[in-house]
Design a protein around this ligand. Structure first.
Ligand code: AMP
Ligand code: FES
Ligand code: ZN
Ligand code: ZN
Length: 307
């Protein structure tokens, strides 16, 4: 396959776009897609500093690199989850540090061992919760807290089209409409919550991988050890097969949802839950004490019993 622009050997053929590009022309095409999503959904205001949540994986790494090269003033946020299995968290941290150095940008770190009193891999023993649910909850909490503490009004995450399609499929299969309301390219700022944006929303995982490889973005190749055998991985495979059979399926699925959501949201927002400040930490919550503080209290009780 040859590059559409210069006839050099292509690094990637994208059937949904009917486009093949070489390693010289691909990165600028990718960054243009990122910029297009930012403009279309008004993700970032002119001159706004952006906190990029970087996990050490290819998507958030590609995102930080692309935003930096598009001229945005960015800083990184890494949450060290304390997952020791296969050295996962330490290796991800190392990749993020190398990227921060390559871009010459500051990196902020939140350490779960310090914050929670234990790493995510010990949480099941202490609370009986699946690690991924405690992890997701704690990541959302600390992302928001860190952004507020550091004075950022926007956080960018590396969710790609495959992530969105799988999350949507999962939510549709369970008719989880509450989660669907919160699935959007932009979660606007709200009392106590910083705006969250997903500039890679229409880029496929393969596209972010090729960008990271061509641009020499350091990333950790291993997936989180807790994701092995998860429903999401299974649904990813289902989506992959649908896409292979009919290129553009993922995009139509997600794009159609966002259009429908935009019309439907007005109604949904009328039933928005009443938020109040968590009695322990002040984070916005519908309960007396927020879910994160309840998780932390459970961990503290466990630590007191075992010590
Ligand atoms: P995930 O929920 O693991 O699919 O990750 C989705 C996005 O959340 C990533 O693309 C990152 O932007 C962010 N993220 C996930 N894990 C971390 C982490 N340990 N530190 C910072 N950001 C993260
Ligand atoms: Fe949190 Fe896997 S990344 S449990
Ligand atoms: Zn070319
Ligand atoms: Zn709280």
């Amino acid at each position: 396959m040859r590059c559409k622009q210069c006839k050099e050997k292509a690094v990637l053929f994208m059937p949904a776009h009917r486009l093949a590009l070489c390693k010289g022309h691909y990165p600028s095409w990718f960054r243009k897609q990122v910029q297009r999503a930012i403009d279309r959904f008004r993700m970032i205001r002119p001159g706004e500093r952006v906190l990029v949540a970087v996990s050490g994986g290819k998507d958030s790494g590609a995102l930080w690199h692309a935003l930096h090269h598009l001229g945005y003033e960015t800083e990184g946020l890494y949450m060290h989850l304390g997952i020791r299995i296969e050295g996962y968290s330490d290796q991800s941290y190392e990749a993020v540090c190398r990227l921060a150095e390559k871009l010459g940008r500051p990196l902020h770190v939140v350490d779960f061992q310090e914050e929670l009193g234990m790493g995510i891999d010990e949480v099941r023993g202490a609370t009986n919760r699946p690690p991924c649910s405690a992890c997701g909850l704690s990541k959302r909490y600390h992302m928001n807290q860190a952004a507020r503490r550091l004075g950022f009004s926007v956080i960018a995450t590396g969710h790609n089209l495959d992530d969105e399609a799988v999350t949507l499929l999962n939510n549709v299969l369970a008719w989880n409409t509450e989660f669907m309301v919160r699935q959007a390219p932009v979660l606007p700022e709200d009392e106590g919550f910083v705006r969250k944006v997903k500039p890679l929303i229409f880029l496929e995982e393969k596209q972010t991988t090729v960008y990271a490889l061509v641009e020499g973005v350091p990333f950790e190749r291993d997936e989180c050890p807790f994701s092995v055998g998860s429903t999401n991985l299974h649904l990813k495979d289902v989506m992959y097969r649908l896409e292979a059979h009919s290129p553009g399926t993922k995009r139509r699925f997600v794009e159609g949802f966002f259009q429908w959501r935009a019309q439907w949201l007005d109604k949904a927002l009328k039933t928005k839950p009443d938020l109040r400040a968590c009695a322990v930490c002040g984070y916005p919550t519908t309960a007396e004490v927020c879910a994160y503080c309840r998780l932390k209290a459970q961990i503290q009780r466990h630590l007191t019993i075992v010590s």
